[in-house]
Structure formats: structure tokens, C-alpha cells
Design a binder for this molecule. Structure first.
Ligand code: A3P
Length: 313
């Protein structure tokens, strides 16, 4: 179902989820096979954790938020490496290798009140796990630049499990990793079901060919950060020296970034955002049977996708 707004093709979310005609969204539970739950707010094509902020009030306003020509929109499935990329992009745009003063959550579209997003200085590096249908319409009208981070879904699932069950995490998930996998493969997942998110964005981008975007894969950034950061800088129209790029790589290495972003008593609480930072940790968590089940789930759900993921890394 599609409506056309000034040549921009957007799914009509008002018709996706309402029986009464008025779109309000609803609070439900994401649930694993053992009955462990995480509360979420379903709003059109998105499933937002109901753990902070006020998505019910915020999301309708977000769509009408004023964009700026130089806004950068960093999009990713949850746990793809958004904190890492957000810091890298901040350094590139500011031309400094100082860490950003605040956390990336300060510029997170689904949780931050509009007035606070409006108060952020330009250039804003906004970030989100939302689908296009819930993002400000002006991002498209103003041709803001999008950056996507993508990560092997197996490592993503492991990372999500740890994030949701970490001490101090507002998700307070208490199931095992195997239990969590059943939630990951279900229809209702906090911050969206991974395959729906990826294939959904793939369709959104195909329907909106004017959106400028650049995709970075977590695994490639780990393997060759210099090459990936130079390509990203060129996409962002940032000119920088080789020495500057080397410094960004060094300051944003897993160890340094974790230290830099969690060293003080006020930012210590973000420690679980920087857990292990490796490629292939899933091999320590999936059983052989779970891996087979997951592979057949992925091949079914992703069979029409043209995006490339290295599932076996
Ligand atoms: P792990 O849980 O596998 O360690 P997000 O920022 O989207 O929430 O993603 C978090 C994941 O990115 C975590 O993965 C985290 O450790 C990893 N990460 C954060 N900073 C990183 C860095 N500098 N290098 C590599 N991985 C990093």
C-alpha cells in the first residue's frame, strides 16, 4: 500500500495499523518462547522499546520535524555498530579527534524530544533504528545524506541479547541466549525484527532513488578501517589528510572508544554499549542446531534481498 506525496513514495502507515482510521499505535509485549517479555510500542512499521522517552507523543511529531540541509541521518538495525560510526562521523565533520561531549543517544530520533533535537548544533548527526515511514518527511525533500551500518545478523543477535540482559540495561531481559533467539526470529522484536528492517529499507530505498545513501558493513570497518573511513569521508564531502584518518581510526578503536566514552562517573553507565567489538562472536553462542535453524530462517526471509551479508564470518 503506497501513497505519493510530491513524488515521494511512502508506505501509508496510517493505514497499516489502524482499524478505526485514527492512527495511534499500541503497546504490546515482545515475547520469547519461555514467556519472558520486553514492552514495546508498535507504530506503523516500527516496534520501539517502551523503556524510555514517550514514543506515543514523540513519533507523530517526528514526522513533521524540520530537517536541515546538512543533517546526516545514521540508520542501522540495533547493535550494528551505531555508536562507533556516530563517533567517526562526528570526528570527520568537526575535523577533530576529540570524542563528542555527549552520547549518541542525545541525537537519537525515536527517544529524544523534538525541542532537544531542534536545539542540537549543526551539523547534526542524527541516528535511528526507525524505518523511513516514521522519519521526518523533510529528510527526503532536503536530500539529507543517509549512512547505513549493517552487520552480520548472528553477531547482531548476540550483541542484542547482551544489551537487553546487561546489568543496568533498561530492557531487563532475563531469558537465556537460546530463549532470546526465539524472540529475534519472531514478528515482534524491540527496535524491529532484523529481516523486516533490512528488507524494508531495501524496498524504501528502491522506491526513493533520490535518497543519497552510503552503506558501511561492520565487518569491513573492522577489517580495513582506513579504507572504509576514507570512502565515508569522500561520501560526506569531507577532505582530510591520511594522518587525520589514522588518528580517527586510533581514537575509535574498540579499546580507546570504550575508555573514552565510559571513563567518567556520569558516562560509566554506557559501558554495555561497548561489550566485545569483534566479528564472529556468534560462534561462541549458537549451537550447531541453532545455527542451522537460523540459516534456514535467513535464507527464507532474505531470499529476495540484494544486500550482501557475510553470514558465515
Ligand atoms: P558487541 O556486543 O558484539 O561487542 P550499537 O552501537 O549499534 O549499539 O552496536 C554495539 C556493538 O558495536 C557492540 O557489539 C559494541 O561492542 C560494538 N562496538 C562499539 N564500538 C566499537 C568499536 N569501536 N569497534 C568495534 N565494535 C564496536
Amino acid at each position: 500500500m503506497v501513497i505519493i506525496i510530491e513524488n515521494i513514495r511512502m508506505p501509508d502507515i496510517t493505514k497499516l495499523a489502524t482499524k478505526t482510521g485514527e492512527f495511534v499505535g499500541e503497546f504490546v509485549d515482545a515475547r520469547d518462547r519461555k514467556g519472558n517479555t520486553i514492552p514495546v510500542f508498535q507504530y506503523g512499521e516500527d516496534t520501539i522499546p517502551a523503556i524510555r522517552g514517550n514514543p506515543k507523543e514523540q513519533l507523530p511529531q517526528l514526522k513533521k520535524m524540520e530537517a536541515r540541509d546538512d543533517d546526516i541521518v545514521l540508520c542501522a538495525a540495533v547493535k550494528a555498530g551505531t555508536h562507533w560510526l556516530w563517533e567517526i562521523i562526528t570526528m570527520l565533520l568537526k575535523g577533530t579527534t576529540e570524542y563528542a561531549a555527549g552520547p549518541k543517544e542525545d541525537a537519537m530520533l525515536e527517544f529524544r524530544p523534538i525541542e532537544e533535537l531542534n536545539a542540537l548544533p549543526s551539523p547534526r548527526i542524527l541516528n535511528t533504528h526507525l524505518r523511513l515511514s516514521n522519519l521526518p518527511e523533510q529528510f527526503i525533500e532536503k536530500k539529507c545524506k543517509f549512512v547505513f551500518v549493517m552487520r552480520n545478523p548472528k553477531d547482531t543477535a548476540v550483541s542484542m541479547y547482551h544489551h537487553f540482559s546487561a546489568e543496568g540495561s533498561a530492557f531487563a531481559y532475563r531469558g537465556s541466549f537460546s530463549d532470546f533467539l526465539s524472540m529475534f526470529m519472531s514478528g515482534v522484536v524491540p527496535h524491529n525484527n532484523w529481516t523486516d528492517y533490512i528488507t524494508g529499507w531495501e524496498k524504501d530505498l528502491a522506491m526513493n532513488p533520490d535518497i543519497p545513501y552510503h552503506i558501511i558493513h561492520y565487518e569491513n570497518l573492522k577489517q580495513d578501517p582506513v579504507r572504509e573511513i576514507k570512502t565515508l569521508a569522500s561520501y560526506l564531502d569531507v577532505t582530510c589528510t591520511d594522518d587525520f584518518v589514522d588518528d580517527v581510526v586510533e581514537k575509535c578503536s574498540f579499546r580507546n572508544l570504550k575508555k573514552g566514552k565510559t571513563a567518567t562517573p556520569e558516562n560509566q553507565r554506557w559501558h554495555f554499549m561497548y561489550r566485545k567489538g569483534e566479528v564472529g562472536d556468534w560462534k561462541n553462542w549458537f549451537t550447531v542446531a541453532e545455527n542451522e535453524e537460523f540459516d534456514s530462517y535467513l535464507s527464507k526471509e532474505m531470499n529476495e534481498s540484494k544486500f550482501s551479508f557475510r553470514y558465515t564470518l
